[in-house]
Design a protein around this ligand. Structure first.
Ligand SMILES: [Zn+2]
Length: 170
């Protein structure tokens, strides 16, 4: 497609691009300076501050796109509120709780087995051997008991590469 020139409505300058849906549209890595995506604003500690986005970046034939905000109109981010932090904490707790025995893992449980912990994982039907239960995990009791935490002093908060491999190999 031949490159056209669009007039930027916020400063009157001209820049290679096109207008899609009435919005200046640029290719990948072709946006004029002074614009930033929401994550680029966040990297500088800024946020849109209620302002709407003024341009967009499109790539991969329009299958991917990103909104562009004016950096000059961005405001300093006030950070998350207490309610937002509590909401995130609750979501993390749900993602870390085994749906079968209620055990609270120190990491998010995988979704492919219905967010079950390692001892509650469904056994393979055929063609695979049943993996042994790792020694650092308490064998959970019945579902009526309150959630039990992982055993061992100083259990790592993040899983090691070996542990992840054992999780996802079956
Ligand atoms: Zn479980």
């Amino acid at each position: 497609m031949a490159a056209t020139v669009v007039r930027l409505p916020w400063n009157g300058q001209h820049w290679p691009g096109r207008v899609v849906d009435g919005v200046p549209t640029f290719g990948f890595r072709s946006a004029p300076p002074g614009l930033a995506t929401r994550r680029q604003l966040r990297a500088r500690g800024l946020c849109p501050g209620g302002r709407d986005w003024v341009a967009q970046v499109r790539w991969r034939g329009g299958r991917r796109w990103a909104a562009l905000y004016l950096v000059d109109q961005a405001v300093e981010s006030p950070g998350a509120t207490t309610a937002q932090l509590i909401s995130l904490w609750k979501a993390q707790r749900v993602l870390r709780t085994c749906t079968e025995c209620g055990l609270l893992a120190p990491y998010r449980l995988p979704k492919f087995n219905g967010r079950r912990c390692w001892p509650c994982r469904p056994a393979r039907r055929r063609g695979g051997r049943v993996m042994a239960v790792p020694q650092n995990v308490i064998n959970p009791g019945p579902a009526s008991l309150p959630p039990r935490r992982f055993a061992g002093p100083g259990f790592p908060t993040t899983t090691s590469a070996v542990e992840r491999y054992r999780w996802y190999r079956h």
